[in-house]
Design a protein. Structure first.
Length: 184
């Protein structure tokens, strides 16, 4: 027996089935309202030892790009959540000696593509690799302002770029994304 409190407390009697349906509907509404914008999950780009967190189910893409001279196979995982774009790209270099030059070229191309102003480059801790974090503000193709952060690192003959683009980058979100990068 449930009671409703007011000026006069009175018993409320409902059949058990009706109460269960009502309770279930209320619980479902509550869960839908509490659904997080960023649903972090661990992903592992195929053919790599890299693991990282993405805040949404990623889409996959592959293409060949001219990084470091010859055509380079590039695979990507990426998604949009909470007003931001998150992606990780892997370039298969074939020769580990090319990694440093390819990463430098990749940084330059990414900054030019977003018409970035001066960039800040800082070391980034990625267990199993030497990495840098590049932070810049630029513009999208439609001319609107975009802020970007990108990590660049390599392991063996694979070069990596992990990026976050948003109108405004939330520090806690960026920290979760970039601190999750690790090799296993």
């Amino acid at each position: 027996m449930l009671t409703i409190c007011g000026d006069i407390a009175r018993p409320l009697r409902r059949p058990a089935a009706a109460l269960s349906v009502t309770a279930l509907a209320g619980l479902m509404a509550l869960l839908a309202a509490c659904s997080p914008t960023l649903n972090w999950r661990e992903v592992r780009p195929e053919g790599t030892r890299l693991a990282l967190l993405l805040p949404c189910k990623p889409d996959k893409a592959q293409k060949t790009v001219p990084l470091g001279g010859p055509a380079t196979p590039l695979s990507m995982l990426g998604c949009d959540a909470g007003g931001a774009t998150f992606a990780v790209a892997v370039a298969q270099l074939g020769d580990a000696a090319q990694a440093e030059a390819v990463l430098a070229q990749w940084q330059s191309l990414a900054l030019a593509n977003m018409k970035a102003g001066p960039a800040q480059v800082a070391p980034l801790k990625v267990p199993g690799a030497s990495a840098v974090l590049v932070t810049a503000q630029g513009q999208r193709a439609d001319g609107t302002v975009v802020n970007g952060q990108a990590a660049y690192f390599a392991q063996g003959s694979q070069a990596f770029q992990a990026v976050l683009y948003a109108d405004r980058i939330v520090p806690e979100v960026a920290e979760t994304f970039f601190s999750s990068l690790k090799f296993e």
